[in-house]
Design a protein around this ligand. Structure first.
Ligand SMILES: Cc1ncc(COP(=O)(O)O)c(C=O)c1O
Length: 401
């Protein structure tokens, strides 16, 4: 009998990062693109409510500053690893003006978006094997980045009683389990996908509990400024050990510029500096120049926010008529997270039908919550306002039940 030829090559190993799950929202984007490509003349075009990518683009002040910097023929080389000193000053001034919190610019690191901030923070604060908690539904890359780093995400199934946010009571319940409290906790307020917020007292209680119990709090504040029911609070106001992560991607509409920041506790400053030098060298120089000028674009941003408010109102009004009466309180960010009623089937099938029949792209919740996401759909309303109005018309005519 002929034996199959044996390969003499040893099998190559793959690392933990190679088995990462995809970011499924991007699959929904591809599905919507395919539908759009198949569109025949006279068919309605696909309206995009599946991604958190603001349609408005960077404020004109930011674009003009970038153009000036490019026009001057500056080398735009590396900056200091922690970022341009003038930008770090400006971010500190922003913290003072927004929250009344004094943060020294020396505690601020400019990052390549919030995403870069997660990597730096997780590496500086945690070891492989450490347990880092987050409430579901959550932004999937938290979980996926932790996996890639050999850390262990711990999902807390928060419910409607806490608006799907973590709470001290939920942490205390963890403390009573065999594994005990986690090494870290990630919170996001407003959060993606639920759009809910922690109020000042809730965030303060969580921050103080974490500080007192050796749990490193990582507060993702990327949706600050997009708060529809009162001003945001920052974890920096309540804890010296928390890491605050923020970004120019959402409120400032600068997703593609890849620039954000973290406010670091003293003990994480030296390791984050070394990690930043080695992993990234610096955030993109031109984006840092633009980000600094984005702080002067407030009037334009306020106009964008007024548009979000109107789009939110249109959708909150019409989603119940599309068979989605159970909406989570849309307190912030630009998402509405809707729970399907029993008749609408599973969220993946619902989104497929919404795309086929109403040409509206939305994201099934499964990516954000493995256990319950099949019952939820996320709608993002940061697209052009005219599209959101048209989406509301189509939703009113569509019945998902
Ligand atoms: C909650 C949350 N955090 C972080 C990010 C990533 O932001 P950035 O573009 O700044 O890397 C996103 C992007 O959608 C997000 O929703």
């Amino acid at each position: 009998m002929n034996e199959p030829p044996r390969s003499s090559k040893p099998r190559l190993k793959q690392g933990a990062g190679a088995s990462l799950p995809p970011f499924l929202a991007m699959e929904v984007v591809a599905r919507a693109n395919r539908r759009e490509a198949r569109r025949r003349p006279g068919d309605p075009r696909v309206i995009r409510l599946e991604v958190g990518q603001p349609a408005s683009g960077a404020p004109a002040t930011a674009v003009a500053a970038a153009q000036r910097a490019l026009g001057r023929g500056l080398p735009l080389g590396y900056t200091e690893a922690l970022g341009l000193p003038s930008l770090r000053e400006r971010i500190a001034a922003h913290c003072r003006a927004t929250y009344g919190v004094v943060v020294s610019p020396s505690r601020i690191v400019v990052t390549t978006g919030a995403s870069g901030g997660f990597l730096l923070t997780f590496l500086a604060a945690f070891d492989p094997g450490d347990r880092i908690a987050m409430a579901s539904p959550y932004y999937p890359p938290y979980n996926n980045i932790l996996h890639a780093l050999g850390m262990r995400p711990v999902v807390i199934e928060a419910g409607p009683d806490t608006r799907y946010q973590p709470s001290v009571a939920l942490l205390e319940a963890m403390a009573d389990t065999a594994e005990g409290l986690p090494d870290g906790l990630i919170v996001a307020s407003p959060c993606n996908p639920a759009g809910t917020t922690l109020d000042r007292d809730e965030l303060s209680a969580l921050a103080r509990f974490c500080d007192a119990n050796g749990v490193r709090l990582v507060s993702d504040e990327i949706y600050h400024g997009l708060n529809w029911e009162g001003p945001p609070s920052t974890a920096s106001a309540f804890s010296d050990s928390a890491v605050v992560i923020n970004s120019f991607s959402k409120y400032w509409s600068m997703t593609g510029w890849r620039v954000g920041w973290a406010v670091l506790p003293d003990d994480l400053l030296p390791p984050v500096l070394r990690l930043k030098q080695n992993l990234f060298i610096s955030a993109p120089h031109v984006s840092q120049v633009a980000a600094e000028a984005a702080f002067d674009g407030t009037d334009e941003i306020e106009r964008t926010l007024a548009g979000y408010r109107r789009s939110r109102a249109h959708l909150l009004d019409t989603l119940p008529r599309a068979g989605l009466p159970r909406l989570l309180p849309a307190q912030g960010a630009f998402y509405i997270y809707a729970e399907l009623d029993g008749r609408s089937g599973d969220s993946d099938a619902f989104c497929a039908r919404l795309l086929e029949e109403a040409s509206i792209a939305a994201t099934p919740g499964i990516d954000f919550d493995a256990g319950r996401g099949h019952r939820f759909v996320r709608f993002s309303y940061c697209g052009p306002e005219a599209d959101m109005i048209e989406a509301a018309h189509r939703l009113a005519a569509f019945h998902g039940g």
